[in-house]
Each structure stands twice: as structure tokens, then as C-alpha cells.
Design a binder for this molecule. Structure first.
Ligand SMILES: [Zn+2]
Length: 370
């Protein structure tokens, strides 16, 4: 009995940790989106210079640079390396007394892989400072635990029944993913970030923007399925079906498909892509039509497009309450698993290309060709 209990606790611990960290494209996806944009702005000398200056300034103290060079960790940041930054911030732990400390998880050293560019006292201090400024400015409670405001910036939860993203619908708010993208753009345009966002400077804004444009193109970061206690879909915006918080799916993080949660299944990018932008992705990105309308409408329009991709992602899926009391909470049945995963693979390639192209469109608009 004790052994079983211990095993269950260990498994639950793993699941909870996995759930907490698996809240974005895998870091590879974020690096690829940044890499596509690096390539697409290469012919705009103004944007290229501004991105380089913003990401690499203000420089750390002289002694820190010397130390980093000795340790061979000194490097110039690109959009590709910037992509995972807001997920690296998740390693900042909130302690009693309002103390925030970046802590490497000894159980998961692999989480550090994309965070190596920020593995210095100077950059870790920046992450701690950002987490502290964006912890209590809004509340984000899941499983009875306060996760910190900044962890909500990565997603919005529009019901898949909606046709468009519109602020005010269930799952949207002034600190969701769409608001976060617009806050980053504001700072890069020399305007203050609207509350509740605290964005210290353009470097922080750009580190956030690269990541959030990636998240905005992951369908399950935008469209959500809402269920009743039996696992039947409900419409949280319809008064006849008020949303029951006890049935939350956490963007698919609490929905399990065999051994992986549905959210993580969508976060993973096709293995062959790796961590860079390949020729196919660059060609696809260059073919993405520019979005019309004023720039302040882009995040909303792109969220609407991702919502449609989420509607496809949930098409034909059925859900049932899981037997386990806490995560996994739901199980999903895919009508044809192989076909579903194959289609998801193709959608992911399109979405990565779109994200990279749109990030470049923002940067080319903020810093146009001279
Ligand atoms: Zn994210």
C-alpha cells in the first residue's frame, strides 16, 4: 500500500510539474518562430539593427561580460534565442516574504536547455525582477494554487463555439495573450504598457513578443473546449450552460490522450524541424500574405484565425471524466489517432510559418526600411 501510495505521489508530482511547464509550444517551436523572423527581417537593415541593439542592451557590467566570455557562455541574442525566454521565467520561484529566485529544477535539468543564453547573474536577475513585477498584478489560480499573473499572459481560452476572438467572451480578459501581444507592441512603439502588464524596457518587450506571437499561433493557446461533469461540450457564453470551474481543461493540459496531455501534444513540433528554420518553413513564411488593418488589430485577427484552427483540432473528439481524482482529469478519444496526428503535423508547420512571418511583419512595421 505504502509503495503504491508513493508511486502515485511520484507520478502525480511528475504530472503536476509537467502541467506547469508545458504551457507553450515546446521551446523548439519558439526558437523556430524566432529563427524564421530573424531570416525574414534580414533584408531590412533598420529592423535588423534595432532588434540586435534592443536584445543585447543594456549590456551587463564589464566584469560580468568578462566572466561570461571566460565561461564561454557569452553570446549575442537573436530572435531565435529570445523565443523561449518567458518559459525560462517559469523557473523563478515565489517564496514567502515576496522573494523571487531563479531555481534550476534538479529533477528536470533539460528545462535549462533553451535557457542557456540567460544563464548569467545579470539575466537571471532580470527574470526574477520581471516575475516579481508581474506576480500579483492579476490572479491566476489553478488547482487551488496561485500561479502568478505572468503565467496567464501565454494564453486565452475562447470557447470553440465562438466565430471570433472578442474581449469580454468567456476565457478572455485584459491580461490574456491578445492583450499581452498588444502590450509588447506598445512598449516597442515608445508607449507605456497598459495595466496589468509591467514591461521594464524594449528588451523585455521583445523577449516577450517573440514568444507570445508563437503562443498566439498554437491553436490550443487560443481555442478551448468547455465541458460539463460528464464530458459533454457546453457553451460558457450561453446563460443556459454556466461554466463550472470544477470541469476546467486548462487549455487541454488536463485532457489526456494515452500518455500525453492534449496540450503538450500540440506544443510538440514535428521532430524533423529541430531548433532552426528550414527551407520549407522559410518558403512557407515568405508566402504568408501580409495582414491588412491597423497593427493594433492584428493580435485579435490572428487569434480569430487560431480559434478556427482550434475548432478543427477539437473536431470529432469525445471526452470522458478520468478515473483518477486529480490530473489526469479527462481522457479524450480520437476517432482515428494516426490520421489526427498526421493532420496536426501539417497544421503545426503552417502555424509556425505564419507565426514567424507575422513576427517579422510587426518588426518591419515598427522599424520600417529607411
Ligand atoms: Zn508560452
Amino acid at each position: 500500500m505504502a509503495r503504491i501510495t508513493t508511486l502515485v505521489l511520484v507520478l502525480l508530482g511528475v504530472l503536476v510539474l509537467h502541467t506547469e511547464r508545458a504551457v507553450a509550444w515546446g521551446y523548439q517551436g519558439h526558437e523556430v518562430v524566432g529563427a524564421i523572423a530573424d531570416a525574414l527581417i534580414a533584408d531590412n537593415a533598420n529592423a535588423k539593427k534595432q532588434v540586435r541593439d534592443v536584445l543585447n542592451g543594456p549590456l551587463p557590467p564589464e566584469a560580468e561580460i568578462k566572466l561570461q566570455k571566460e565561461l564561454r557562455v557569452w553570446r549575442e541574442l537573436t530572435l531565435r534565442e529570445a523565443g523561449p525566454w518567458p518559459d525560462c521565467v517559469k523557473a523563478v520561484v515565489h517564496h514567502d516574504g515576496n522573494r523571487f529566485k531563479y531555481e534550476v529544477d534538479p529533477e528536470h535539468p533539460e528545462y535549462e536547455t533553451p535557457c542557456i543564453p540567460f544563464n548569467s547573474a545579470f539575466e537571471r536577475a532580470r527574470m526574477e525582477d520581471y516575475a516579481k513585477r508581474n506576480w500579483t498584478s492579476c490572479s491566476y489560480v489553478t488547482g487551488g494554487v496561485e500561479r502568478g499573473c505572468h503565467n496567464t499572459f501565454h494564453f486565452t481560452d475562447v470557447a470553440i463555439q465562438r466565430k471570433d476572438y472578442a474581449l469580454g467572451e468567456a476565457g478572455t480578459n485584459d491580461h490574456d495573450l491578445v492583450a499581452a501581444v498588444n502590450a509588447c507592441i506598445a512598449v516597442l512603439m515608445d508607449r507605456p504598457a497598459p495595466g496589468p502588464f509591467s514591461i521594464r524596457d524594449k528588451k523585455e518587450a521583445l523577449l516577450l513578443l517573440v514568444h507570445f506571437i508563437g503562443d498566439l499561433h498554437q491553436p490550443l493557446h487560443v481555442g478551448a473546449v468547455y465541458l460539463d461533469r460528464e464530458g459533454t461540450r457546453v457553451d460558457p457564453d450561453a446563460t443556459a450552460h454556466p461554466y463550472d470551474a470544477a470541469t476546467e481543461t486548462a487549455g487541454g493540459n488536463l485532457i489526456w490522450d494515452e500518455n500525453v496531455n492534449l496540450h503538450a501534444e500540440w506544443d510538440d513540433i514535428p521532430f524533423d524541424i529541430g531548433r532552426k528554420a528550414n527551407r520549407d518553413l522559410l518558403n512557407a513564411a515568405r508566402a504568408v500574405p501580409a495582414t491588412g488593418a491597423p497593427m493594433e488589430d492584428w493580435a485579435r485577427l490572428w487569434a480569430t484565425a487560431s480559434l478556427k484552427a482550434a475548432q478543427d483540432a477539437f473536431e470529432g473528439l469525445t471526452f470522458a471524466p478520468s478515473v483518477a481524482p486529480i490530473p489526469p482529469k479527462w481522457t479524450v478519444t480520437l476517432p482515428d489517432r494516426a490520421a489526427y496526428l498526421q493532420r496536426a503535423d501539417a497544421v503545426k508547420r503552417q502555424q509556425l510559418a505564419k507565426a514567424g512571418a507575422r513576427l517579422a511583419q510587426i518588426l518591419n512595421t515598427i522599424w520600417p526600411r529607411n
